[in-house]
Design a protein around this ligand. Structure first.
Ligand code: GDP
Ligand code: IMO
Ligand code: MG
Length: 423
């Protein structure tokens, strides 16, 4: 049975959560495999809006199994809050499992995220402040504390003592912050362990069994490929890979076990946080898109920067993700604009520039080359078939399909479940 991975191909916030919610009924399991509480995935059901940071966006379906796999970094308080919200809203919801290998975000990770940002001054990254950079640094340098450690108080104590000694030095001597109290952190971790215990399992084995039993698995990517620290706009990226290939590392399903890759793109471009954004529109139409699209961060509430659709940037990350199909979201937001621009290439110092630059300095000088398409006035939020759309909107979709060279399978025209056009 198929395993499908869905990822964002922009700088995040493409609408992945609502597409997962739309596709979940066709699957048995919904799995998060990367990122952490920096993600904010919105799902709108009737008049109720859920913002998932850690729980998979299939949580609202009682007959599903949801999995937070090993590639996700866990903030136990966030998970607890989200679970309470789901339980408060619905008596029955999906069954949840958490990997014993998930790394834990500890209080000093969050503090370090904030003070390191401050120290970067005008080169700050605009992180979500969730402790992501620091927790992944500990993970990669093999110092991190994992969910499974919580059930071995002796070793946990030893590991935490060493880690906290180092972090307290960093906090006090480098950043002039107060040190953290060992017992406060340790006792909270033991409590967190008791809260997590019923959910914890080896999710690699769980997923492999589900796969062999013929269950259909939907893998929910967080962030977007342009935020990838290998191929995205480094250093203005996140610390875990948002690429389709991350599934094997973050969930334990092998590359041959994934047989459908879906890329989600927004009908225009957005970015939250700092970093290069060649097609950014600072005022005017940028503000129009922000207002109509409600472009404010799901995790931080920060206004998102908005701009025209950027074909070369998206195409650059289409190559290494090899999506079989694309989903276009938020087409309805473009209604009312006289004309629409699409960036189809870049110039750098008078010459065509292929791909995406590696250096920030080159990004600064990059000039987008635009094609102009006619806009449409009509409200399209009630369209449910391609033929319900104005000619110009169909033209816009077809233009993107040709330029990106990947078939478009779904177009969304509003945040609710039913506001979807299957192509
Ligand atoms: P994610 O991080 O990729 O899941 O995306 P977010 O949830 O952070 O941001 C997407 C926002 O757009 C949310 O507020 C969604 O409710 C909203 N949204 C999703 N699809 C559509 C759409 O087709 N039209 C409109 N107007 N809003 C949408
Ligand atoms: P979803 O899953 C949009 C951005 C931050 C910042 C950079 C690094 O909702 O699409 P971090 O806190 O990860 O160290 O921040 O990455 N970022 C996101 N932007 N959507 C996200 O997730 C993001 N997760 C991180 O704004 O620029
Ligand atoms: Mg989001």
């Amino acid at each position: 049975m198929p395993a499908t991975v869905l990822i964002g191909l922009g700088w995040g916030d493409e609408g992945k959560g609502r597409i997962i919610d739309y596709l979940a009924p066709q699957h048995d399991l919904v799995v998060r495999f990367n990122g952490g509480p920096n993600a904010g995935h919105t799902v709108k059901v009737n008049d109720r809006v859920f913002k998932f940071h850690l729980l998979p966006s299939g949580m609202l379906y009682p007959d599903k199994v949801c999995v937070i796999a090993n590639g996700v970094v866990l903030d136990v308080d966030t998970m607890r809050r989200e679970l309470e919200e789901v339980r408060g809203a619905q008596e029955r919801h999906a069954q949840l499992f958490v990997s014993d290998r998930c790394h834990l975000i500890l209080p000093f990770h969050k503090i370090l995220d904030l003070v390191e940002e401050k120290a970067r001054g005008k080169r700050r990254l605009g992180t979500t402040g969730q402790g992501i950079g620091p927790v992944f640094a500990d993970k990669i340098s093999r110092k991190g504390i994992r969910v499974g450690d919580l059930f071995h108080p002796g070793t946990l104590k030893e590991k935490l003592e060493n880690l906290l000694q180092e972090k307290n030095k960093l906090l006090t001597l480098v950043f002039g912050e107060n040190p953290l109290d060992f017992y406060e952190v340790y006792e909270k971790l033991l409590e967190d362990g008791e809260f997590l215990r019923p959910f914890v399992t080896d999710t690699l084995l769980l997923l492999q069994k589900a796969y062999r039993d013929g269950k259909s698995i939907l893998l929910e990517g967080a962030q977007g490929a342009l935020l990838d620290h290998e191929l995205g706009t480094y250093p203005f990226v996140t610390s875990t890979s948002p690429m389709a290939g991350m599934v094997s590392l973050g969930s334990g399903l092998g590359p041959h076990q994934v047989d459908r890759i879906i890329g989600v793109v927004k009908a225009y471009a957005t970015r939250v946080g700092t970093g290069p954004f060649p097609t950014e529109l600072v005022e005017g139409i940028g503000q129009y898109l922000r207002d109509r699209g409600g472009e404010y961060g799901t995790t931080t509430g920060r206004p998102r920067r908005c701009g025209w659709f950027d074909v070369p940037a998206i195409k650059y990350v289409i190559y290494p993700n090899s999506p079989d199909e694309l989903v276009i979201t938020k087409l309805d937001v473009l209604s009312g604009l006289e004309e629409l621009k699409i960036c189809v290439g870049y110039h750098l110092e008078g010459k065509e520039f292929p791909g995406l630059p590696a250096a920030f300095e080159e990004f600064e000088k990059l000039e987008p080359v635009y094609e102009t398409l006619p806009g449409w006035k009509e409200d399209i939020s009630r369209a449910r078939r391609l033929r319900d759309l104005p000619r110009e909107a169909i033209g816009y979709i077809k233009f993107l399909e040709q330029a990106l060279e990947v078939p478009i399978s779904l177009v969304s025209v509003g945040p609710s479940r039913e506001q979807m056009i299957e192509i």
